[in-house]
Ligand binder design. Sequence first.
Ligand code: PLZ
Length: 451
Amino acid sequence: MVALLEQKRVVKTAIPGPRSTERHAQRLQQVPTGFGINLPIFVDRADGGIIVDVDGNQIIDLASGIAVTSVGASAPAVVKRVREQAEAFTHTCFMVTEYQGFVDVAARLNQLTPGDHDKRTALFSTGAEALENAVKIARSYTKRPAVVVFDHAYHGRTLMTMTMTAKQHGYKQGFGPFAPEVYRVPTAHPYRWPGGPDKAADEAFARFTDVVLHQVGAENVAAVVAEPILGEGGFIVPAPGFLPKVAEFCAAHGIVFVADEVQAGIARTGAWFASEHEGIVPDLVCSAKALGGGLPIAAVTGRAEIMNAAPAGGLGGTYAGNPIACAAALGALETIEAEGLVDRARQIGEHVLPQLKDLAAAHPSIGDVRGRGAMLAVEFVRPGTDEPAPEVTAAIARHCHANGVLVLTCGTYGNVIRLLPPLVIGFDLLDDALAVLGEAITAAEAGAGAT
Ligand code: PLZ
């Protein structure tokens, strides 16, 4: 992996610096405030583990544009294929005339997703669109209306996926009424399960079956939609055994089990798909984000008989599987294979998780550290309790940002720092970023103690 940019953290100005600050002020005159902003810096270039802003700061990227640029933000194979495709043609609409890239991406996903049954793949542009279509397909196949989702779930910002998303503030407030026939059940959250982590899988599954059988009626459920690791909701790894049982229950009741692998899929967790860690073979898999290596593309992949249930003309979209996005996806998948990035994600986890555990041992504000591969998180609480500490978390993120490390927060309670580095990042950069994170935690704990 040859990064074009110098892979080194360099803080030249305050972050955000004067140029970014000026441009941000212009943005506020042009763009609605409904778009949030994590770190208001304007980006000049990005590659490997480094983002260069317009003030010349070199910032360590622990966000990857929310798990998108796993192969780096300008991976050569992506750039080359995108350039060649743009020169050949930019668009035809796959429903108007056909092109090879769409079929090639579908074939790759049919092969890479869990299970060796006969599969089909439908391509779209965004993760939310993939989830919307998974629900449409499941309803067509089962001829049932209901969709079951989990606490802490995030599935998107469109009407259906916003309804399926758990967290109100930041995603749903003021945007209702929501779509009907969406039912929510607890997820087996080991850290926050009232009966403790050992009981989480069995008790959450008991609650799931109770709701599905007695409140909804299994015969009315088209799909159960689950993130194998919950992303925006707090990087929650469900207690082992919970999701396999849910998938088994779905199979027994003719319910389509949909894995939302939009954030966790495509090598991020040290497997091509996070479902693999528990041997789950979902009926449908939604992927997006890292699939496109930075260009917008999303997919629903699944059992041929389910995928083919939607009537002809029932699926599509003007830009669904756009040729340039397909070229980028082929470049991203090629890069993941050529550079061994599935293994690399696992190695990142093996390298970083012990360091996060050391931080947890040293810092009373850390309640939990968790994750798989390069999808890792630290949850902050008031010392000695499990009460969320979102303001401490925000202070830690601010400190990291000011010192040239881009981290993102997440979680239903806003008290989780998540680490989503590009998989091509060097270990030296990761270690540097973790040192900054450690300093940030020390400073925030001192600040919290002082107030
Ligand atoms: N499913 C599991 O993580 C997108 C959201 C950013 P889109 N997550 C980032 C924000 O605040 O808007 C996501 C996800 C999971 C679906 C989606 C939706 O994917 O490509 O953002 O539509």
